[in-house]
Design a protein around this ligand. Structure first.
Ligand SMILES: Nc1ncnc2c1ncn2[C@@H]1O[C@H](COP(=O)(O)OP(=O)(O)OP(=O)(O)O)[C@@H](O)[C@H]1O
Length: 324
């Protein structure tokens, strides 16, 4: 490797108030986030939520309406050796069908300063060694994804931006990808992986950024999202204030809904709350386990405002910044 143009730790991707309008379509709106080195960050959102547009703006392929995106403190366009700094895979279909996988890597190798040996090593690394001499036109979608990944690594970049890399991979392939992304982050790289499915990436990411309709709805370490989906019990009572005070006294997390009629308790079970209320002589009219799994939580976060089924937001919930 030639000397890099930034200190090794400086692979942070910083997005500030990034906005993109395509005519009347508001693709990305006032988006701010930090993607940190040494971690895998999941960039989640439903179809059309603005993930690809954001990645394209980070890569200087789409001009923002307003806001900034930098890599190691500078815009992509001003990087001296972009392919040695950032490896990006935006789609897995733009390969010449007549070329072999290995020849595809060889075509891009000079731009990234990679040797022929590195092309062969990368083919092996992504599990394409046997297929390296076959024409890409005959590759499955999963094989194309592996080839796209190998291409992003040609310049040994510090930052990887991967748009839906799990698309088309079989379960074994997804498991392989998880380990591979973790390995890349353990080498100190910044790894940003987009997906529209939480279940696809939840086991492989350290941090999670969720967007919907072009806007940030949640950003935290994965553990923060796990904590939000912790058991949740709803209690109704003629005296919610006394009930909330009792629950607080027990050391459980408590919130009261905006209408003041329901106390939401976390970190305990229905029987424990019921017993505590009974022992304190408090009247309880309703005691319901409203726990939700991670997928439900994700669906609720990305639901359109006013969705009758899904839009029952947490009391006091607001978008947060990644605070790892
Ligand atoms: N070049 C363009 N011209 C007009 N509208 C666009 C353009 N590119 C994206 N959009 C619109 O911007 C919005 C965000 O699209 P984008 O592709 O960024 O979403 P995404 O989250 O990547 O979706 P998916 O998961 O389906 O790939 C969509 O409404 C899309 O139709």
């Amino acid at each position: 490797m030639e000397p890099t143009e930034h200190p090794p730790s400086d692979g942070t991707v910083t997005v500030r108030s990034l906005t993109k309008h395509f005519g009347t379509v508001r693709a990305v709106h006032d988006l701010s986030l930090d993607v940190l080195p040494g971690r895998v960050t999941g960039f989640l959102g439903p179809n059309g939520s603005g993930k690809t547009t954001t990645l394209r703006m980070i890569l200087g392929l789409t001009t923002p309406t307003s806001g900034t995106a930098t890599i190691g403190g500078v815009p992509y366009a001003t990087l001296r050796q972009p392919l040695r700094t950032v490896g990006a895979a935006l789609e897995a279909t733009s390969f010449h069908p007549g070329r072999t996988g290995l020849d595809h890597l060889r075509t891009y190798a000079p731009l990234a300063g990679a040797t022929d040996q590195r092309c062969r090593d990368l083919g092996d690394l992504v599990g394409l060694s046997a297929a390296g001499n076959r024409r890409v036109g005959g590759y499955s979608l999963g094989m194309r994804q592996r080839l796209a990944l190998a291409t992003t690594l040609l310049g040994d970049p510090r930052v990887l931006l991967l748009d839906e890399p799990a698309n088309g991979l079989d379960p074994e392939g997804i498991r392989w990808l998880r380990g591979f992304l973790r390995h890349l982050a353990s080498e100190g790289r910044t790894v940003l992986v987009s997906s529209h499915m939480l279940s696809e990436i939840q086991q492989s990411v350290d941090d999670v950024v969720i967007i919907a309709r072009g806007q940030l709805v949640h950003a935290s370490p994965m553990a923060g999202l796990d904590a939000l989906s912790a058991p949740r019990i709803h209690l109704t009572s003629p005296d919610t204030d006394a009930l909330a005070a009792l629950v607080k006294l027990q050391g459980w997390d408590v919130e009261t809904t905006d209408d003041g009629r329901t106390v939401v308790v976390r970190g305990t079970t229905t029987s424990q709350v019921g017993s505590a209320a009974h022992a304190a002589g408090l009247e309880v009219h309703g005691l319901t386990d409203r726990s939700e799994n991670l997928e439900d939580l994700f669906l609720r976060m990305i639901a359109p405002p006013g969705d009758p089924v899904l839009d029952h937001r947490e009391p006091g919930s607001t978008p947060t910044g990644v605070d790892a």
